[in-house]
Design a protein around this ligand. Structure first.
Ligand SMILES: *[C@@H]1O[C@H](CO)[C@@H](O)[C@H](O)[C@H]1NC(C)=O
Ligand SMILES: *[C@@H]1O[C@H](CO)[C@@H](O)[C@H](O)[C@H]1NC(C)=O
Ligand SMILES: *[C@@H]1O[C@H](CO)[C@@H](O)[C@H](O)[C@H]1NC(C)=O
Ligand SMILES: *[C@@H]1O[C@H](CO)[C@@H](O)[C@H](O)[C@H]1NC(C)=O
Ligand SMILES: *[C@@H]1O[C@H](CO)[C@@H](O)[C@H](O)[C@H]1NC(C)=O
Ligand SMILES: *[C@@H]1O[C@H](CO)[C@@H](O)[C@H](O)[C@H]1NC(C)=O
Length: 432
């Protein structure tokens, strides 16, 4: 040991890597068989790998993750932007894609706090053995890479991890189980992968802010407890979800801002409980097999800006009360079977807010043929009569509608309108 330490007093050698220290020492004839010939023995490189280390890191936490990153680097099979070429030496905090910070448990330490690989297009057969071995990681962003395999349960042990974005990779398997274990993750973006099966109900009991599951292969019922979610942004679009929209959705009233159910295989009628979502600005259930009328409770969505129900089998009258909601900027009801509109809704068509094309409204342009409409209504009400459960609930208005005709008049051109929607942005593969 004393010998090794004396070597370290040579400033030049301080900078050399472990292997380099040994081989140069051998060639220089300084080190005899005791030191580097140990390569052939069961515990090779013990002298070099353990303390005192010839590599100088700004913090011992960085020394810990160094071999993890180097091992991962070796597993990378594709690196079109040569990112991993910067992953050399001890200055981990300046590796491309890695960021350091003072960890919460020791403000004088320096730790690897975040890895942001967005758009790097790295390919590797797994993230296991890498992600789960970066104990101080708070953020992991890996949008638009080509990582495959499943997500290790061990990432649940990363006590500071709160943002996990593994979107637009080729990850497979069921909904990642570590997300259901005790953890501190509040931002989950697993969109654009090949996850399949069901979405476990437990995910809706986690204290999440963001849950983006869109563009996977989930193909089962939406869990009954969906409304237990604390998420502000929920994107379930472009999967194969079946069954009705759970009635529990109303429980998310104080938190839910945006929900996308677009392009699934949802069926049944809209639960009036959706009307409780008084914070909601975006509701998109377009391109499903939903049916029935629009519940009058939708007029209670006092902050709603974009409401898309296009491409379903809705029928009845478009509620005048809904058309009176002042915050609405886009009410898309095209490709349904609505057959009545009143003056307020007609005015919205005129202003380009309401799209009612390809419905069954007599006298309105761009409607379905009367034959097509007659066929639908015959099928729906006579051939295989299907009516919504709780018919009276469709007339129930669970609010006092002050936002429609109270004194208080909110501006439609306020700061909220025109704000880009995070959930709609998540329909894009790439994060910008
Ligand atoms: C990456 O490195 C290779 C080989 O050194 C080089 O041919 C290529 O142009 C580099 N690519 C970029 C994007 O820098
Ligand atoms: C905090 O980190 C510094 C720098 O790594 C270290 O010297 C110190 O011992 C750590 N303190 C505790 C309480 O772990
Ligand atoms: C995922 O894999 C499929 C086939 O295995 C391939 O066609 C597709 O391009 C891959 N996607 C990405 C983002 O690598
Ligand atoms: C969550 O974070 C807190 C505070 O940092 C920590 O005490 C706790 O162990 C973490 N929980 C998990 C499951 O890692
Ligand atoms: C309104 O919403 C529909 C459905 O999301 C969309 O296709 C359309 O482009 C939007 N219209 C405007 C003017 O933004
Ligand atoms: C109507 O509802 C609003 C908010 O929902 C509330 O502030 C107001 O007091 C209510 N007014 C009446 C008359 O109940």
């Amino acid at each position: 040991m004393g010998f090794i330490i004396s070597l370290f007093t040579l400033p030049l050698l301080l900078l050399l890597s472990c292997q380099y220290l040994c081989s140069s020492a051998i060639s220089g004839g300084i080190v005899d068989d005791v030191k580097c010939v140990t390569k052939q023995k069961p515990r090779p490189r013990t002298y070099c790998g353990n303390s005192p280390s010839p590599m100088k890191f700004a913090d011992k936490r960085l020394a810990t993750v160094y071999p993890v990153i180097q091992a991962f680097k070796k597993s990378v099979t594709r690196d079109p932007f040569n990112v991993t070429k910067t992953w050399v030496g001890t200055d981990i905090c300046n590796y491309k894609g890695f960021y350091c910070d003072n960890p919460p448990d020791n403000k004088s330490a320096i730790a690897l706090a975040s890895a942001d690989f967005n758009g790097f297009r790295l390919a590797a057969s797994t993230l296991d053995g890498f992600l789960d071995k970066l104990p101080d990681l708070a953020l992991f962003h890996a949008n638009s890479n080509k990582f495959t395999g499943t997500v290790s349960n061990l990432i649940a042990k990363l006590q500071y991890l709160y943002e996990l974005d593994i979107s637009n990779n080729n990850l497979t398997g069921p909904f990642p189980p570590p997300l259901l274990m005790p953890n501190n993750i509040t931002f989950v973006d697993i969109r654009y992968n090949q996850f399949s099966g069901s979405v476990p109900p437990q995910i809706f009991t986690k204290p999440l802010d963001v849950l983006f599951l869109n563009n996977n292969n989930f193909d089962q019922f939406l869990p009954e407890n969906l409304g237990s979610t604390t998420a502000l942004y929920l994107n379930l679009a472009n999967n194969y979800f079946t069954g009705p929209i759970p009635r529990s959705i109303g429980q998310a009233a104080s938190t839910l801002l945006e929900i996308l159910l677009l392009n699934n295989r949802l069926s049944g009628c809209l639960p009036y409980e959706i009307g409780y979502l008084k914070m909601l600005t975006l509701f998109d259930a377009g391109l499903n097999q939903l049916t029935g009328p629009i519940p009058l409770s939708f007029a209670c969505l006092e902050k709603i800006e974009q409401l898309n129900l296009a491409g379903n089998m809705f029928y009845g009258a478009v509620p005048e009360l809904l058309c009176m909601v002042k915050s609405l900027t886009n009410l898309s009801l095209s490709d349904n079977y609505f057959s009545f509109v009143g003056p307020f809704c007609t005015a919205l068509i005129g202003r380009g807010v309401l799209d009612l094309r390809n419905n069954c409204v007599p006298g309105l342009p761009f409607q379905r043929s009367s034959l097509e409409c007659a066929r639908f209504f015959f099928h729906q009400f006579f051939e295989h009569p299907k009516f919504c459960d709780h018919p009276y609930s469709f007339a129930y208005v669970p609010c006092n509608l002050t936002h429609i005709w109270g004194n208080e008049r909110r501006s439609t051109t306020g700061g909220v309108t025109g704000r880009p929607s995070p959930s709609y942005a998540a329909l894009e593969k790439h994060r910008t």
